[in-house]
Design a protein around this ligand. Structure first.
Ligand code: GTP
Ligand code: MG
Ligand code: ZN
Length: 402
């Protein structure tokens, strides 16, 4: 226990370790996987105790675990509050790298570097170390896991450590953070031209989230076989003018699916959007070997049937990964303060500093450069309205607007 406490101390304060000082001054860069400390010559014990965890005090308030591991700081690589502050050391003799494909209750599927898929549980202490205890592992996570294969050959394992996340797509669900996916560089924000009808405000909220988390968004409009493509040009032009990539396509006819494919090659992407817009259909059209389940949209209310039920990381046959996700019913932003919203609206942002009052929120103020730009058509009025709705934090109202 003494050794464990010392180790905890070292990770927080001590800079004398060569390994840590070579990691640079930023706490974020300090994490590393080290070969285990062998205490004595005996065989390695991979139980929690061997990792130096101990309980100090009793009860929820005073309980404090000390862990031999690496302190990674409060922020993750995206600059938001991290999900793990301490990464436990793992024993490389018994652990290997893996990628979480999907999570189902307490189990998750983890793919190893040879492409074998293991059904895993997570090591108990990870829950203690996680700030998001509902989601200790999420689709897309890079992990170290211990192979605990059964005598009958079934691939089972235990996740021992979750690597710091970047490119995290999160939303608010029941007032808490819900991570849709981790470690993606690109998000295909998928909508449909009709059935269900286009929801611009949902696109705007997803764009804010992408801007917030450093994920490159691509605005994709599916089912253009159902409308005259020219009718979508003004709408899509607003986004293209801001510098966003946009794709109008049809999974049904195959129109422009080659363009989508090119965007996905060799990259790590996620597809998000409402149920029924054709996320899974689009992926099937791009890579038929995926063979994902799709279902028709309800004739009564034009809504999808939530066919995809869990986020799933899929390996593309032409290189790269993509995460198919369940349809979003309501997308509420996570960790975005009202005053930050304008900074994530690429089109509004340039005007912000030109307003007369430095604390202008661009609603009722006089000499507001944002409002002037809307009035003379330099800014799109609908985008401004969606900003106002997000700024006021009235998410439910937005849904009615759509
Ligand atoms: N007309 C037309 N229908 C399409 C197109 N793409 C998909 N669909 C249909 O839209 C319906 C919903 O497709 P899915 O791929 O299941 O939609 P999803 O977005 O994955 O839905 P969830 O998994 O519920 O989130 C299916 O009946 C598809 O055949 C398209 O380009 N044109
Ligand atoms: Mg689907
Ligand atoms: Zn203003």
């Amino acid at each position: 226990m003494k050794e464990a406490e010392d180790a905890w101390h070292e990770e927080n304060n001590d800079k004398k370790s060569g390994e840590r000082s070579s990691g640079g001054s930023s706490p974020r860069k300090r994490y590393s996987v080290r070969k285990p400390r062998r205490s004595g010559a005996g065989s390695l014990d991979v139980s929690d105790a061997a990792f130096g965890e101990s309980l100090v005090g009793k009860g929820d308030v005073t309980r404090k675990r000390t862990v031999v591991g690496t302190y990674v700081g409060e922020e993750n690589l995206s600059g938001e509050t991290g999900d793990f502050v301490v990464l436990p050391d793992v024993d490389l003799d018994v652990c290997q790298k893996g990628r979480v494909l999907s999570v189902h209750g307490l189990n998750c599927y983890v793919e190893d570097e040879q492409g074998r898929v293991f059904t895993c549980v997570t090591r108990r202490v990870l829950k203690t170390l996680s700030t998001n205890q509902r989601q200790v592992v999420v689709a897309g996570d890079r992990v170290y896991f211990r192979d605990a294969r059964l005598p009958d050959g079934r691939c089972e394992g235990i996740v021992e450590r979750v690597e710091p996340r970047y490119g995290v797509l999160s939303r608010t669900s029941w007032k808490r953070k819900h991570i849709v996916v981790a470690n993606v560089e690109q998000a295909l924000i998928m909508t449909s031209a009709a059935e269900p009808r286009l929801k611009p405000n949902l696109i705007d909220r997803l764009l804010v989230t992408c801007e917030r988390s450093g994920i490159e968004p691509v605005i994709c409009v599916n089912k253009i076989d159902l409308v005259d493509p020219a009718s979508l040009q003004p709408f899509i032009g607003v986004y293209a003018k801001m510098g966003y990539k946009t794709v109008l396509f049809s999974a049904l006819t195959g129109f422009n699916t080659d363009r989508l494919r090119r965007l996905l090659v060799g990259r790590e992407s996620v597809v998000v959007g409402q149920s029924g817009v054709g996320k899974s259909s689009a992926l099937n059209a791009i890579d038929p070997s995926l063979n994902l389940r799709v279902r028709e949209v309800s004739r009564d209310n034009q809504k999808g049937k939530h066919t995809t039920t869990a986020a799933r990381l899929l390996k593309l046959s032409f290189g790269g990964y993509v995460v198919d996700t369940p349809g979003i019913r309501q997308f509420m932003l996570w960790d975005v303060e009202p005053e930050e919203v304008v900074g994530y609206y690429r089109d509004l942002r340039p005007y912000e500093n030109l307003c007369k009052f430095p604390d202008c929120v661009h609603i009722n103020e006089a000499s507001c450069a944002v409002k002037d730009a809307v009035a003379d058509g330099r800014l799109d009025a609908r985008r401004y309205e969606s900003y106002l709705a997000l700024r006021s934090g009235e998410m439910e109202k937005i849904d009615k607007l759509e």
